[in-house]
Design a binder for this molecule. Structure first.
Ligand SMILES: [Zn+2]
Length: 417
C-alpha cells in the first residue's frame, strides 16, 4: 500500500488527492513554468509505525527496501533491475590531494544502466505499469532516456525519447538498443518539452520526463539516495552533500529524503546541500549568487562539457529551496576544472565518472578554496553517471597508448623516456 497522503503545492500549501492527474496547483500554478509545483506528502505517522532503523537494516539494499516512502501501491507491479544499494566510497587519496579530511563518493555509476536515473525510473515505470500505461515518452539529454528505455523494455511498454541535437552518441545507442524510438530535436530542451507535452496529449502517451513541473512523482525515487547515505554512515549525516544540478529536481529530492528521515527521528541532524553546474550552463548558480527567484533568470543558450547539465533555465524553485533551507551553496566550474576533477577521481580512487558527476569534485575544490567548506568537515559527493557513457569528453585528456613491437628492448626504450 502507498502512504502518500496528498499532493501539496510547495508555494501555497493547497492539498490535492494523491491520484489527481495534475502537474501544478490549480490556484497558483502555471503549467510548464515552474509555479505551484506539487510534492507528494506522506503520512509519516503511519510510516513510523512500519519502519525503524532495525527494520531497514534487515532489508536487502535496494531502492525498494524503502517502499513505504514511495508512491506505488501494488507491489506486484514493481519493475526493477536491482537499482540502488550503491557503494559509498571513502576517498582518502583524493581527499589528501585536495586538502580535506573526510571525503566520500556515492558511486551511482554502478546502477543497472550506469546512472542514478534508475532510481527514478524504477519508480516511474512501476507507477506507469500500475496505471496500465501502454506507451511512455520523455525529454532527455541522455541518462534519463537510457534508463527510461531499459525499464520500459522490462515492463513491455512502448517508449519514445526526445533528445536535443547535442546528446552524446553512446547514450542514444543505449536508448535505441533498449528498444526506444528516439527523436533528435532541434532547438532548446524547453521547446522539446513543449513538443512532448503536445504529443502525449495527442497520442495518449504518459509523459515520464524527470521534471517535477510535469509530474510531482517523477523524482521520488531519487530520495532513496539520501536514505542510503544515512544508513551507510551508521545513521549519521555528512556536513555537506554535493550533487550536480540540471533541472535540480534530484537535488531537491535528495534533500527531501534527508528531511523525511529527520521527521521520523531516524537521523538527528541534516546536511547542507550544494548544487554544482558547468560554467556556461549555470542558471541555478546565477539565481543563487544574485539572490534571485528562479523565474528571474532569463533563458539563455547553454554550453558546457557536462552534457547531462546543459540547461539554460531554472525549471522551478525546487533546487533553490533545497539550497536555501539547508543553508547550502551553489557553484559553477569550468570545462577544464571538470576534466581535471574527472581524471583525479579516476586516477586516485579508480572511480571513472562522467563530466557532470565530476562537477561535484571540481566544485568541492572551489568551495574549499573559498573557505565555504573547511578541511575538517565531512563531505559526500554524488557521482551520478559512468565515464563510459561519455567517452567523447575523456578522449580529450587521456594518455594514448604507445604502439610497440613485442620486444623488451623497445619496451625499455619507451619506459626510459
Ligand atoms: Zn498553490
Amino acid at each position: 500500500m502507498s502512504f502518500v497522503r496528498s499532493l501539496k503545492c510547495i508555494d501555497c500549501g493547497k492539498e490535492y488527492p494523491p491520484d489527481d492527474l495534475i502537474s501544478a496547483c490549480t490556484d497558483c500554478g502555471q503549467k510548464g513554468l515552474g509555479f505551484g509545483l506539487l510534492d507528494a506528502a506522506y503520512d509519516y505517522g503511519k510510516i513510523g509505525e512500519q519502519v525503524n532503523r532495525n527494520t531497514l537494516e534487515n532489508r536487502k539494499p535496494s531502492v525498494w527496501k524503502y517502499k513505504e516512502f514511495l508512491p506505488v501501491s501494488d507491489e506486484s507491479k514493481i519493475v526493477s533491475l536491482d537499482e540502488g544499494g550503491t557503494p559509498l566510497v571513502k576517498c582518502q587519496a583524493l581527499a589528501d590531494e585536495i586538502g580535506i579530511k573526510n571525503l566520500r563518493v556515492k558511486n551511482e555509476t554502478v546502477n543497472p544502466t550506469f546512472s542514478f536515473k534508475d532510481r527514478a525510473f524504477s519508480v516511474i515505470i512501476s507507477r506507469a505499469s500500475e496505471r496500465g500505461a501502454s506507451a511512455v515518452a520523455a525529454v532527455s539529454d541522455g541518462n534519463a532516456g537510457a534508463s527510461a528505455s531499459a525499464y520500459s523494455a522490462r515492463a513491455g511498454i512502448a517508449c519514445y525519447i526526445f533528445t536535443p541535437e547535442f546528446a552524446v552518441q553512446s547514450k542514444i545507442i543505449q536508448m535505441s538498443m533498449c528498444g526506444a524510438r528516439v527523436f533528435s530535436v532541434k532547438g532548446s530542451l524547453i521547446a522539446t518539452g513543449m513538443l512532448v507535452i503536445d504529443a502525449c496529449a495527442k497520442y495518449g502517451w504518459s509523459n515520464i520526463t524527470t521534471a517535477k513541473l510535469l509530474n510531482p512523482y517523477q523524482t521520488e525515487g531519487h530520495k532513496t539516495l539520501a536514505y542510503e547515505i544515512c544508513e551507510q554512515m551508521n545513521w549519521q549525516v555528512p556536513d555537506w552533500v554535493i550533487a550536480p544540478v540540471s533541472s535540480g529536481d534530484s537535488l531537491g529530492a535528495i534533500w527531501k529524503g534527508f528531511k523525511e528521515f529527520h521527521i521520523l527521528g531516524l537521523i538527528k541532524s541534516l546536511p547542507r546541500m550544494v548544487g554544482t553546474q558547468g560554467e556556461g550552463a549555470a542558471p541555478v548558480v546565477m539565481a543563487f549568487e544574485g539572490n534571485k527567484q528562479f523565474h528571474e533568470i532569463e533563458e539563455f543558450e547553454p554550453a558546457t562539457i557536462a552534457d547531462a547539465l546543459c540547461i539554460g533555465r531554472v525549471l522551478g524553485p525546487w533546487p533553490l529551496n533545497a539550497i536555501k533551507e539547508s543553508n547550502g551553496h551553489a557553484v559553477a566550474v569550468s570545462d577544464n576544472e571538470i576534466l581535471e576533477a574527472q581524471k583525479s577521481l579516476a586516477a586516485k580512487e579508480g572511480v571513472f565518472v562522467e563530466p557532470s558527476s565530476a562537477t561535484t569534485i571540481a566544485g568541492l575544490k572551489k568551495l574549499l578554496g573559498k573557505r565555504v567548506i573547511t578541511s575538517n568537515e565531512s563531505v559526500v559527493c554524488v557521482t551520478t553517471g559512468s565515464g563510459l557513457k561519455v567517452l567523447e569528453a575523456a578522449s580529450k585528456v587521456y594518455a594514448k597508448p604507445v604502439l610497440i613491437e613485442p620486444d623488451m628492448g623497445e619496451l625499455e626504450k619507451v619506459l626510459s623516456r
